[in-house]
Ligand binder design. Structure first.
Ligand code: FES
Length: 640
């Protein structure tokens, strides 16, 4: 069987001849970009065959030069003999910034006291809790059954409990346990749904065990997990990693395609996310010095596709008109049903979604920002692959997803990339000489441009006159950085000699079109929600920008290009990973656990492709594909 050696990680694996290189890399734990999920169209999975023979099924859009240097598309190449495969820096997924620890602290510093209070204040009443009880001893005149006696005492201690069920194994132990412990017991109770709970176990009154829970944000790109001490209400470990599914497609559509079209694709994606989460649990457990069995329950927040794949449910209908998911309100599941490594009989809860494109990450974010409890009309924006929006207050909530595409995450942009080492996040361009200065994540040699860099770049290109308001280059400018290729026009940002890759880093006219489409979709989505509620932009009293990407946006640039409504800067707040925060709140508060269900029930979903909306959306979308907009009166502070 051929041996395959992956560089620079020096990972060696054995495989059958004919094995697909991208799938082999995924199995070997090599993190490789795969934006299109192996369709051969994105060109991001390029690897170099240093030694040995491979079978190239499709060369994709690789230039003759690259083919001569041994570049192939991993997704369209099969192993033939022993080979050495080099993963060039631009194709690696490693060192992505997962927003944990200091990042989270930094985020919190951006919040005012008032905002922290809004998000942070709730009474700790975890969904899994234990109580010490002393039961009245039975007698001939107090002859209630053991279980009824336990319920009476539980109700007395805990006020209004939801209906309780007691599993048979607990019931079988009950009589012996109470009598051996002189009618004193520590009883563990967990919420199963908003309507009922369960008695999980009985322990002696002096039992000192601590109970933990996990809150997990299942992002399409990254997964972040918090290990929470339920009694103290404290996060004791935070771990983050790439979602291992990224090896099979960058965005949800790529993943859905992979699940549908590849043999065993759905199971591979399902196993990839289970593995990602279990690895994070291992790390968290080790760093906190506890056992996996100490984790008694878990709350997950993710978009609808991620939740389907987490459950191993075919997500295909999500992308087919009329876009109906299998489930929005996922019933609770036992840990062992999914193979999640917490206590076997622990309950797993997925926060509810609203539609195929507005999932539990958004209801979680709405919970975390307390929108549904405030008088102020609030706009919540989560810019990822789709650009999900929520508008509303305590009286009403509207939500929509505006198919922004992955441009701000680097997808569909020649040198676009996520915010990892070497990504350019800030530019300066001299308006006369067109010399370019830049700064990169971790000060590493530049290998591409991340989302915040792209927003900044778009604003600067327009400001310096390199592009016009419609995004077209002014080819009359006197600079060798502007050039025309066989396929497109482009501006050179970094010459190959200074770059961390073997080619010039450029922005093309087509890239700019994609960025304008993305920002136009988000802005048009905002306008559509306002229109449906008969509101003007100035009625928006506060704007929350969620997600790791949002954290780095320069607000002034975002207003200049017309991505965000032209409101005073002090109305905007970066709120970080609200999907994770909402999951943690649901874990730590029964009230919040119920509230997120109410939020999902209360939200009105605006389907922008529905007949009643689509023409207006199209008009808004077209108008928003200019910098900042065709209607300059919408951006008075930007256009002076
Ligand atoms: Fe291989 Fe897109 S071209 S993953």
């Amino acid at each position: 069987m051929p041996q395959v050696r992956f560089l620079p990680k020096e990972v060696e694996v054995e495989c059958k001849s004919g094995t697909n290189l991208m799938e082999l890399a995924a199995d070997a734990g090599i993190e490789l970009k795969a934006v299109c999920g192996g369709a051969g169209s994105c060109g991001k999975c390029q690897v170099i065959v240093n030694e040995g023979e491979v079978e190239i099924l499709d060369q994709g859009n690789l230039s003759p030069d690259k083919l001569n240097q041994g570049y192939v598309l991993a997704c369209k190449t099969e192993v033939a003999t022993d080979v050495t495969i080099e993963i060039p820096p631009e194709s690696r997924l490693s060192k992505h910034q997962v927003f944990i620890d200091e990042k989270a602290e930094e985020e919190d510093k951006l919040l005012t006291e008032e905002e922290l209070e809004l998000q942070g204040k709730f009474e700790i009443s975890p969904i899994y809790t234990r109580m010490s009880l002393e039961l009245e001893e039975p007698s001939l005149v107090s002859n209630a059954g053991d279980l009824e006696r336990l319920y009476t005492e539980l109700n007395r201690n805990r006020g209004s409990l939801p209906a309780l069920r007691t599993p048979l194994p607990v019931l079988k132990d009950l009589a012996g346990h109470l009598r051996e412990n002189d009618w004193q017991t520590q009883v563990s109770v967990t919420r199963v749904t908003e309507d009922y709970g369960e008695i999980v176990e009985l322990n002696p009154i002096d039992d000192q065990q601590a109970d933990y829970g996990i809150a997990v944000d299942i992002g399409t790109t990254t997964v972040v997990l918090e290990l929470v001490d339920l009694e103290q209400g404290k996060v004791v470990a935070t771990e983050g990693a790439y979602n291992r599914q990224a090896n099979f497609g960058d965005d949800i559509i790529g993943r859905i395609n992979f699940a549908k079209e590849k043999d065993g694709g759905l199971d591979r994606l399902h196993q990839a996310i289970i593995k990602t989460i279990n690895e994070l649990i291992d790390q968290a457990v080790e760093s906190a010095g506890i056992a996996q069995d100490d984790i008694k329950t878990a709350v997950f927040a993710g978009n609808t596709t991620m939740v389907h794949l987490f459950l191993g449910i075919d997500p295909n209908n999500i992308r087919i008109d009329p876009y109906i998911p299998t489930v929005n309100f996922v019933p609770p599941l036992r840990a062992q049903e999914l193979g999640i490594n917490i206590k076997d009989n622990g309950w797993l809860h997925c926060l509810p979604g609203v539609s195929s494109f507005v999932g539990g990450d958004i209801t979680s974010g709405t919970l975390a920002t307390n929108i549904s409890e405030q008088e102020k009309i609030t706009l919540f924006i989560d810019i990822g692959t789709n650009g999900e929006l929520v508008l509303g207050n305590q009286d009403w909530l509207m939500t929509c997803s505006c198919s922004a595409g992955p441009a701000f995450e680097g997808g569909g942009i020649t040198h676009g990339m996520r915010a990892m080492a070497g990504a350019i996040e800030f530019f300066e361009i001299d308006a006369e000489s067109y010399q370019v200065k830049y700064s990169t994540v971790n000060d590493a040699p530049p290998i591409g441009i991340c989302g915040s860099g792209l927003i900044n770049l778009l604003a600067i290109l327009e400001e310096t006159g390199i592009i016009g308001r419609s995004g077209q280059f002014d080819m009359d400018l006197d600079t060798d950085r502007l050039r025309e290729t066989d396929y497109d026009k482009e501006f050179v940002l970094v010459w190959a000699e200074e770059a961390g890759i073997d080619e010039d880093i450029v922005i093309s006219e087509n890239d700019i079109k994609n960025l304008l489409r993305s920002k136009g979709a988000i802005y048009a989505g905002i306008r559509m929600m306002l229109q449906n509620m008969s509101l003007q932009e100035e009625f928006i009293e506060q704007v929350f920008i969620a997600g790791g990407f949002g954290h780095y946006i320069n607000l002034e640039d975002a207003l200049k290009i017309g991505l965000l409504p032209d409101l005073p800067l002090d109305r905007f707040t970066f709120v970080g990973n609200t999907s994770l925060k909402g999951a943690r709140m649901s874990l730590l508060s029964e009230e919040k656990f119920e509230e997120v269900q109410e939020i999902a029930n209360k939200m009105t979903y605006l389907e922008l492709s529905a007949e009643s909306q689509s023409q207006d959306f199209m008009d808004e979308f077209v108008a928003a594909q200019f910098i900042p907009h065709t209607d300059l009166s919408l951006f008075p502070s930007v256009t002076g």
